[in-house]
Ligand binder design. Sequence first.
Ligand SMILES: Nc1ncnc2c1ncn2[C@@H]1O[C@H](COP(=O)(O)OP(=O)(O)OP(=O)(O)O)[C@@H](O)[C@H]1O
Length: 229
Amino acid sequence: MSDVRLEQVTVSVPTHDGQREILHETSLHLTERRIALVGPNGSGKSTLARLLNGLVPATSGRVLVDGLDVARDGREVRRRVGFVFTDPAAQLVMPTAREDVALSLRRTHRDRTARLEAADRVLADFGLAGFGDRSVHALSGGEGQLLALAGVLATGPSVLVADEPTTLLDLGNSRRVGDLLMGLEQQVVVVTHDLELAARCDRALLVRDGRVERDGHPAEVVAHYRAHA
Ligand SMILES: Nc1ncnc2c1ncn2[C@@H]1O[C@H](COP(=O)(O)OP(=O)(O)OP(=O)(O)O)[C@@H](O)[C@H]1O
């Protein structure tokens, strides 16, 4: 399992009259396989998630993934830490589903024909057999999210960070994506408002007002959150 550390991390953003802290001096050691970040809107969950692959830089403190400093070794960290956005449209960049997955395979499969064949195998693994020629814009929300996950996982990350991956999905697709995430071998850090999904993780963190208010077993953290929402 990967080893993710935050050391006294603060994130500040400029405001019209100075600076505002959106994450306050946070230290964490994440080694569990499945970790949920829960909490109210605007509490800092996405900020915390985005720190893990450098999408958001720490204003002070350090973020380390397997000992690599995100600020110094950003390229190598981004190779290890895959990121899935809430809206798959944010990351599906190629015209068809097959080409989108193939783009993720360009490092491991130099030959184009082999790469496209491998992309079809990946699509099949994610329940998208037969979708290869489909435009990425002609997919349902669930299919798009599965394709986005397939594309990120095809790059071979050791950590997957998913920011509200089930928010746009109906119940069936939400379960499908949730089951897929919970079954992955990789370390998974998931930001979610779905407390059932959070309860299936090994550890949960309740983020509020830019601080980790509770950190522990999901059942305990979710119960605390429900009682103090
Ligand atoms: N680049 C930025 N500039 C200014 N403010 C920001 C920036 N990024 C985030 N914020 C603010 O920081 C706070 C935390 O944002 P963040 O997106 O981390 O919250 P969140 O817990 O993921 O919220 P939600 O559940 O609504 O997605 C919010 O008040 C947000 O408006």
